[in-house]
Design a protein around this ligand. Structure first.
Ligand SMILES: NC(=O)c1ccc[n+]([C@@H]2O[C@H](COP(=O)([O-])OP(=O)(O)OC[C@H]3O[C@@H](n4cnc5c(N)ncnc54)[C@H](OP(=O)(O)O)[C@@H]3O)[C@@H](O)[C@H]2O)c1
Length: 255
């Protein structure tokens, strides 16, 4: 069994990937900007990256920088992985990165291309949004007294542990190319997601649908980021809310 490096192994997804791989008996190394002994900024690369990849057979690339630079980070990672003789790189992407012209999605698509052309054996899994991200969006939208949600836009949130399990399974196997997408169990309008979040956190707010302009909005409205025919996830948004905010609705706000 070879060592597996999980980039971003401390993040929302990466920590569950790391946990699952270790539970399955793999030797796992974690890389992020703040994890010793492999504290590496992938956008810069350098000797620390080569050291982190020494003896590694498989990389699960979960790192992402909210402020940008994922293409440079991937280019550095792939060049170092080639030098180190890595056999398999598994990349997590997002459903619809080739259909929705949203800036972050464009950079995911560009990274997919880099991975495909890297000369390293590769696997790419696209999933829908994790429950956690949808809650973060709703936390922002629910700050004002009226919650404005994008009209006619839905989401299909997925349980991050299920994504982690699938990635761990893929990492333990042979390079498989682009594998079928993984979507959450239900497609729900933003209005219903917002109402469920408000109920779970004990808030009273009006929810108003607002139509937006532009091609990115049109692509989201057309469901470019959804995978209804791949609704394989089991954990529902409602279950996630209950686990996360249990007691908040009766006992005052949390989150
Ligand atoms: N969230 C979603 O709904 C969703 C859906 C589908 C796919 N994905 C994809 O899943 C991946 C993981 O997302 P996530 O939500 O788990 O992200 P996250 O919680 O923001 O975690 C990002 C991880 O990357 C590390 N990191 C950030 N910048 C770095 C850099 N320059 N060099 C090295 N490490 C760096 C972070 O640790 P440090 O801060 O210590 O560096 C952290 O461990 C991303 O590729 C994302 O596009 C996410």
């Amino acid at each position: 069994m070879t060592t597996i490096l999980v980039t971003g192994g401390t993040g929302t997804l990466g920590r569950f990937v790391t946990e699952r791989l270790r539970a399955d008996g793999h030797e796992v190394r974690v890389l992020s900007r703040h994890t010793q002994p492999h504290a590496v900024d992938l956008r810069k690369g350098g000797a620390g990256l080569d050291a982190a990849l020494d003896g590694v057979g498989t990389v699960v690339h979960c790192a992402t920088t909210q402020t940008g630079g994922d293409e440079r980070a991937a280019a550095n990672l792939l060049a170092a992985a080639r030098r180190a003789g890595v056999r398999h790189l598994v990349y997590i992407s997002i459903v619809g990165v080739d259909r929705v012209p949203f800036g972050y999605y464009r950079s995911k698509l560009a990274v997919e291309r880099l991975v495909e052309e890297s000369g390293i054996g590769w696997t790419v899994l696209r999933t829908t949004q994790f429950h956690d991200l949808v809650v973060r969006l709703l936390q922002g939208l629910a700050k004002p007294p009226v919650v404005l949600v994008p009209a006619k836009v839905a989401d299909q949130p997925v349980e991050v542990r299920e994504v982690a399990d699938r990635l761990a399974e893929l990492a333990a196997g042979e390079p498989a190319g682009r594998v079928p997408d993984l979507g959450g169990p239900e497609v729900l309008s933003f209005e219903s997601l917002a109402r469920a979040y408000l109920a779970a956190t004990g808030r009273r707010r009006a929810v108003v649908n607002v139509p937006l302009a532009g091609k990115t909005y049109r692509a989201f409205r057309a469901g470019g980021h959804l995978a209804p025919d791949r609704a394989l996830g089991k954990g529902t948004f409602e279950e996630y809310l209950t686990a996360r905010f249990a007691g908040a609705a009766e006992g005052g706000r949390r989150g």
